[in-house]
Design a protein. Structure first.
Ligand SMILES: Nc1ncnc2c1ncn2[C@@H]1O[C@H](COP(=O)(O)OP(=O)(O)OP(=O)(O)O)[C@@H](O)[C@H]1O
Ligand SMILES: [Mg+2]
Length: 249
């Protein structure tokens, strides 16, 4: 079953820049999709259409058969996103309030909201910082906060937009562990990166973007021979002719 259906999707920004052009893409429920491409190739622009942060200039995006453009609230519950820029995602005055923001919009009861927030903060190890101001957190802690916000919402599709940039080695492993656990729990996962090394062992599909278009789409091992032509570094294991190596090993 396709949980995401994108048809003839183009987006032109107000200043005239064409961010993405004629994207056609179906994604099956439960997949783990890596989206790679140069800076400015259109990855973020594409993904922002899934939760209605951007609306199509042309084309349609459907989630479970429902058009995003006419059902924004539903789309935001359906699709959780870790933003590329962690600061722009912060909405609460405290860590606790930031995580509570999503469940409050779902109009859950107070007790239920409290429970969801506490469980989410515990899962990412931020319980001790519940009353801290989110802007004072370190970069890695802000990523964990974003994951807590996603956990509290339980969305079916989860997008990670450059989740590893500027993280230290343990930080990468920690975020990767959360991503894999969410995938194992049945969520559909989309991860963008221009550095495939850290996730390729886990992705079941690789999409390459270039100049706002999808230029390759398939099983990672089959696409790998083409990645460098589009400015993406081929992971070491593939260079050496070995099986993809997980960063968790
Ligand atoms: N708000 C905006 N207004 C005008 N043009 C924009 C805007 N946001 C992005 N663009 C342009 O749209 C194109 C695609 O940008 P996008 O951010 O989707 O790329 P990306 O693949 O996510 O890049 P990166 O790897 O740097 O995150 C680029 O040419 C960019 O300059
Ligand atoms: Mg981007």
């Amino acid at each position: 079953m396709n949980i995401i259906e994108i048809e003839n999707l183009s987006h032109r920004y107000n200043d005239g820049t064409l961010g993405i052009e004629n994207i056609n893409l179906n994604i099956r429920a439960g997949s783990f999709v890596a989206i790679a491409g140069l800076n400015g190739s259109g990855k973020t622009t594409l993904l922002r259409h899934l939760n209605g942060l951007l609306l199509p200039t042309e084309g349609t995006v459907r989630l479970d058969g429902i058009n995003v453009a006419g059902n924004l609230l539903q789309a935001r519950q359906f699709v959780g996103m870790m933003f590329q820029d962690a600061d722009s995602q912060i909405v609460g005055e405290t860590v606790y309030e930031d995580v509570a923001f999503g469940p409050e919009n779902l109009r859950l009861g107070r007790r239920q909201i409290q429970r969801r927030v506490e469980v989410a903060l515990r899962a990412v190890g931020l319980t001790e910082l519940a009353h801290q101001r989110p802007h004072l957190l370190s970069g890695g802690e802000k990523r964990r906060l974003a994951i807590a916000g996603i956990l509290a919402m339980k969305p079916r599709v989860i997008i990670f937009d450059e989740p590893f940039s500027s993280l230290d080695y343990p930080g990468v492993k920690l975020i990767l562990n959360h991503i894999l656990a969410l995938h194992q729990a049945g969520h559909t996962i989309l991860v963008t990166t221009h550095d495939l090394e850290k996730i390729i062992a886990h992705a079941d599909r690789l999409i390459l973007m270039h100049g706002g278009k999808i230029v390759r789409d398939g099983i990672p091992a089959e696409i790998m021979c083409d990645v460098e032509a589009f400015g993406v570094r081929k992971p070491c294991s593939f260079r050496l002719g070995l099986e993809a190596d997980s960063w968790l090993n």
